[in-house]
Structures are given as structure tokens and as C-alpha cells.
Design a protein around this ligand. Sequence first.
Ligand SMILES: [Zn+2]
Length: 137
Amino acid sequence: MDDKEYNAMLERAMSKLPPMALRHERFEIPKIYSFIEGSRTIIKNLSDIAGILHRPQDEIFTYLLKELASRGDVEKGRAIIERPMRDEMINDKIKKYTNEFVLCRECGKPDTKIDVIEGHRALKCMACGAWRFVKKI
Ligand SMILES: [Zn+2]
């Protein structure tokens, strides 16, 4: 079989695959929307992010404040950081949080939950069954 024949065969084989098999679905890490009001940063969509990540808003916010070495509070549903801060800085931390506490390292899926295994916090993947210990926030 020459190259041309081989390529034609390969193409025929590929065309028989369902389109889904070729597509690699990736979870998109949600982004925060914030604005600066005086010397504070208001995050508008923290509850949406908590919903997408299936994690408590309080936990995400506690993590953000710790990582950003800032103080803050939730007032009337708006998460407020007591410091002016750019979106990118906060989004970096959301990304870090997602990688650490949401995504499965085996299959990359976000269908996970935090459980307690042998007295430690662990991330369990509902998609592939893998689990690993995670740090305390
Ligand atoms: Zn998994």
C-alpha cells in the first residue's frame, strides 16, 4: 500500500467516526465580572461561579480573600473585596481554585464533590471514580 492509498483509507475510517469522538470537550473555567468602587472591588457574579463549580460561594470567597491577602464581605449578594483589584488577578485565583478543588486530575472533568476520606478532605470524581486529598481552605 502506498502513502496515497493509506491516507485515503485513513480518511474513510475517520469519516465513519461520529463527530463527538473527535471532539474533546473541555470544561471552561468561569470568569468573574467585577468593578472598582472607590477603594473596593465588587464581584458581581460570585454566586453564578459557585453554581457552575458546584461549590459553596462562602468557600470560594474565603479562598479568594486568603489568596489575595485581602479582607472582604458579602453584602446584599455582592462579594466585596476591601481593595481595588483587577479582574485578571481574581480570575487567576478562580482558575487556581478550580484546578485544585474542582477538576479531576485523571479525566479533567468538573463532576466532582468534596468528601471526607479517612478524616481528610478529598476530591471525588463522579465521572471516573478517581479521588485525591485536597488542602483545607
Ligand atoms: Zn475523573
